[in-house]
Design a protein around this ligand. Structure first.
Ligand SMILES: [Zn+2]
Length: 345
């Protein structure tokens, strides 16, 4: 075996198990071989130089391969989810605490499951929208006084008509899109049954019953021959499934621009079963949501013929449903990051 072959075997063996392989790029054995070149006969020097260069390339490739192996090994050893004590001189692992799903997320999942079993397709809403979808398509023409009732947050961004984009104040902002998207289904003989659940925003004064950011669930159902009795039965079924008990329900006339007729929907108090308690102000009833038959103009805006099809719609605040279920007194707890509150769920 020549000196060069011996060096080659030795270096490659060491590199394959080294934790600092790059140090072998300048190994003294390689320098010694280079120094030796001047001692060999001139006619053989060129060949020895080429052999040395080949050996250096081989060493470099082996170093690169070993470095890649080390990188893989180290990445596997780092648990990026492990909590660290960053104030300590030698950071060490802290005992992990169990997190929990936020009560709103958990209840939205429950509501979506119930709606899904009832045949509703659940859509997400959006967190920025134009005035057409927020108002016009829902029968609030420009200048309509009910636009002011929403205390809407405007942004500095403009839509294609030069109007400010809005942080939606209700999930009905999705209604026109959903009606248009599902219209082919309606024409093929299937009803439109859809819900949209998401965050909405209103410039409210905050108190135990009002938040500026909250969640809403809106539902729509459109087909031939749909009437208000079906609306009441659908909402009763949904609320009884959610509260897991029988409820009495009633509707009172109300006004919304996007439904005609419109109703305020009340259920018997799930706490006292209608006997009267502090939660229902001793009336036995709780006004829980707004609903009605979809206004013909709203169907027309989605190119659906209101002389052929009718439908109903409702909108309900999700926090309010959850507060009624768990006896929560203050809506602001949900976004307070109070761990004592969140850990109860
Ligand atoms: Zn009660």
């Amino acid at each position: 075996m020549t000196d060069s072959e011996k060096v080659r075997e030795e270096l490659l063996t060491h590199i394959a198990t080294s934790d600092a392989p790059h140090e072998f790029l300048r190994a003294y054995q390689l320098r010694a071989l280079a120094d030796d070149i001047k001692n060999i006969p001139p006619e053989k020097r060129a060949e020895a130089g080429r052999a040395l260069n080949e050996l250096k390339k081989e060493v470099a490739a082996a170093v690169e391969k070993r470095q890649a192996e080390l990188l893989d090994r180290d990445v596997e050893q780092i648990d990026v989810t492990a909590p660290m004590d960053i104030n300590s001189d030698s950071p060490s692992l802290l005992p992990a605490e169990n997190g929990s799903i936020h009560p709103i997320s958990r209840e939205i999942q429950t509501m979506s499951d119930i709606l899904g079993r009832m045949g509703f397709t659940v859509f997400e809403s959006r967190e920025l929208d134009d005035q057409y979808h927020m108002f016009e398509s829902l029968n609030f023409p420009a200048g309509h006084p009910a636009r002011d009732d929403f205390d809407t947050f405007m942004t500095v961004q403009k839509d294609k008509d030069g109007e400010p984009l809005i942080a939606p104040a209700h999930t009905s902002t999705m209604q026109n899109r959903i009606l248009r998207q599902l219209k082919p289904q309606l024409e093929s003989g299937q009803p439109i049954a859809a819900a949209s659940i998401d965050r909405v925003f209103r410039n409210e004064d905050l108190d135990p019953r009002h938040e500026h950011t909250f969640y809403q669930c809106e539902g729509i159902y459109v087909d031939k021959g749909i009437h208000a009795g079906m609306l009441v039965a659908t909402l009763k079924t949904f609320l009884e499934s959610y509260y897991k008990k029988s409820l009495d329900v009633r509707v009172n006339p109300f006004y919304f621009p996007f439904t005609e007729p419109s109703f305020e929907f009340s259920m018997s108090c799930p706490f006292c079963d209608g006997e009267g308690c502090g939660v229902c102000s001793h009336s036995g009833w709780i006004e829980i949501l707004g609903c009605g038959m979809i206004h013909p103009n709203v169907l027309k805006m989605a190119d659906i013929d209101p002389t052929v099809y009718t439908g109903f719609a409702w909108g309900v605040g999700i926090e309010r449903l959850i507060m009624m279920k768990h006896g929560i007194e203050d809506v602001r707890y949900f976004q307070s990051a109070k761990l004592d509150f969140l850990r109860q769920f």
